[in-house]
Design a protein around this ligand. Sequence first.
Ligand SMILES: NC(=O)c1ccc[n+]([C@@H]2O[C@H](COP(=O)([O-])OP(=O)(O)OC[C@H]3O[C@@H](n4cnc5c(N)ncnc54)[C@H](OP(=O)(O)O)[C@@H]3O)[C@@H](O)[C@H]2O)c1
Length: 246
Amino acid sequence: MGDLEATRLAGKVALITGASHGLGRALAIAFAREGAALALCARRAPALDEVASAVARLGADVLAVQADMRSARDLARLVAVTLDRFHRVDILVNNASELGPTPLPYLADYPPAAFDDVLQVNVTAPFRLTQALIGGMLLRNHGVVINVTSDAAITGYPGWGAYAVSKAALEGLTRTWIAELAGTGVRMYAVDPGDMDTDMHRAAMPDADPCELARPDDVARAFIQLVASPEPAPVGQRVEAAAFGR
Ligand SMILES: NC(=O)c1ccc[n+]([C@@H]2O[C@H](COP(=O)([O-])OP(=O)(O)OC[C@H]3O[C@@H](n4cnc5c(N)ncnc54)[C@H](OP(=O)(O)O)[C@@H]3O)[C@@H](O)[C@H]2O)c1
């Protein structure tokens, strides 16, 4: 572990979805460095197993679960095996996300089945996972849920179709949970990581200059700050990672 600060999440259990690539991978490594135990999931096993091995080498207790966020059965299994192994989840990061078809089609041409897929991964899965885990958090009077959002939630970019709709819905979901959690020790945030150099960004905007994009490792530091800070960002706000201690 190395530096003195690196135990801010010791004793905490974090579940991170979409942990095999991009921001999810960076979060898994950053959370492991801070001493958290980790449940990680994604669809493709090889990359997920590589991340699990990397965080295990950092000393983390880690569980890797192959799961598709579109499948209610996979979500139930993910929750069951995580609770069986760790008995609780203190931090849930709903990070996994589906961009939709590329090149990004206009709504007039958007395939309806793809629209449904995007909403299932980006809205329904975070709802189901939160619903499955929030009871334990409320019983313990603490817990943090982070829903990873995007500026597409608040700006009508042409072509961002179902993804934009899904992130707007995810922010609405977050606001409602926050109102319903008032007075409990459970915190929830919608965090916008900003433009990052990841597979998703390359798929959406292949001509973007990577030098102008944030590195997921740097963005992950802002997430750690938010989760571990004794003076967290005010609950109820949409949080931009760039404005929060990167
Ligand atoms: N990159 C950006 O510039 C940017 C900007 C704003 C917001 N965001 C948000 O940041 C988060 C991370 O994005 P990223 O750029 O790191 O994406 P990414 O590089 O494409 O990684 C996405 C991760 O989610 C997993 N995933 C995708 N669909 C899944 C499914 N159906 N079930 C389970 N896992 C699934 C992927 O693994 P498998 O494919 O193996 O399942 C992968 O591990 C997302 O919520 C995204 O909307 C990104």
